[in-house]
Design a protein around this ligand. Structure first.
Ligand code: WQD
Length: 341
């Protein structure tokens, strides 16, 4: 069965292609390489010993998008990852985010309708919850105001798909990721960072390898057990596998409505200091860090109730935070090696 993956050279997209190929799907990958490189294509082929088609096109260009979808209208579904995801950049340049993330989504939805592609999986985010009033968050927890234009594009994106689902036969799943971390256990695939990192784990690994001098823990005075923020860090390979399960769930008509939502988190809240200690323990590296001021826009704590995905999709996490840290460290060392080539 053929599946189209947009944003397939990105962090979660590339790990998902590995999982799909390992589960015998045929993959067609689309990416404009605006925020990625072709490196993951070779790495995926090396891991899986399988090949897949790649198209470098921009989904904001409707004609180009339609041309590829028409060629692959026999696909059983589309998994749509392609989007910009840097929170501070979206705060500084909101129009860039509204244009890129929403025009591409509209073009894809129009294309799916036009060419009759039956199933659709959308990358959403726990950031749609904003500062949730009660924890853990379930799929029914109401949205609070978006903290960034990025988060707002995910809220709007979800709403567009929900309205679309009322009048179209396409079946959709919205997957709300918590904090994806780690890399493929092979050590040859991970997040390709083209700029300075924005997220905690690459900050940790880049500090440990000496690219960055020191890690600052943003805030030590939160109302949490050790004063640092709490998040739900989930291994990228666990997130990837959920996409394969979501697609199969739709293909097998197990869905209860045309548009269903699932949280993808481990269900465990982990503080920044606990994450640092997990890194130190598994890798044996001593991290140079200090506790500093709070970062604007951070929520104090958030973690998932993942019962819905676990029951309906039969999705269970295979990796813990230590596995994630070890694989992230392996990947950081691989990137150092690649930079020297
Ligand atoms: C995690 C924790 C920081 C860097 C973002 C997006 C969200 C979602 C996941 C996709 C926070 C702390 C970080 C550092 C630190 N993405 N930190 N020092 O902000 O929870 O969520 O990624 O949808 O939408 O907003 O992730 O990795 O930036 O931060 O102390 O140098 O680590 O304060 O508590 P965040 P993050």
């Amino acid at each position: 069965m053929k599946v189209i993956v947009t944003g397939g050279t990105g962090y979660i997209g590339s790990h998902t292609i590995v999982d799909l190929l390992e589960n015998d799907f045929e993959v067609v990958c689309i990416d404009n390489l605006a925020r990625s490189t072709k490196y993951p294509i070779g790495a995926i082929e090396q891991i899986t010993e399988k090949k897949f088609k790649f198209y470098q096109i921009d989904l904001c260009n409707k004609q180009e998008t339609f041309d590829v979808l028409e060629q692959h209208k026999d696909a059983v579904g589309i998994i749509h990852f392609a989007a910009f995801k840097t929170v501070p950049e979206s705060v500084a340049n909101p129009i860039l985010y509204y244009n890129n993330n929403l025009i591409s989504l509209n073009n894809i939805l129009e294309g799916i309708q036009k060419f009759g592609i039956p199933n659709f999986v959308f990358s959403s985010s726990c950031s749609v919850y904003g500062n949730a009033k009660a924890l853990p968050v379930t799929e029914e927890t109401p949205f609070q105001e978006a903290e960034s234009a990025y988060a707002h594009t995910k809220q709007i994106g979800e709403q567009i798909i929900q309205h679309y689902s009322k009048v179209n036969t396409t079946k959709s799943i919205l997957l709300r990721y918590f904090n994806p971390v780690g890399a493929h256990p092979s050590g040859i695939l991970g997040e390709m960072l083209l700029n300075r990192p924005d997220n905690l784990v690459p900050y940790i690994t880049q500090t440990a390898i000496g690219k960055l001098e020191q890690l600052t823990v943003f805030g030590g005075d939160y109302d949490t057990p050790d004063g640092s923020c709490v998040r739900d860090y989930i291994h990228v390979c666990d997130i990837a596998h959920a996409h394969t399960l979501a697609l199969k769930y739709l293909i097998e008509n197990q869905n209860h409505s045309n548009c269903e939502i699932f949280n993808l988190g481990t269900g465990n809240g982990v503080s920044v200091l606990e994450a640092i200690h997990a890194f130190e323990k598994t890798t044996g590296q001593k991290l140079n860090y200090k506790v500093g001021a709070r970062r604007a826009g951070d929520v104090e704590k958030i973690y998932a109730n993942n019962e819905k995905a676990s029951k309906a999709l039969k999705w269970h996490c295979q990796y813990n935070i230590e596995d994630a840290m070890l694989s992230a460290w392996k990947w950081e060392n691989k990137m150092k090696e690649l930079a020297l080539l």
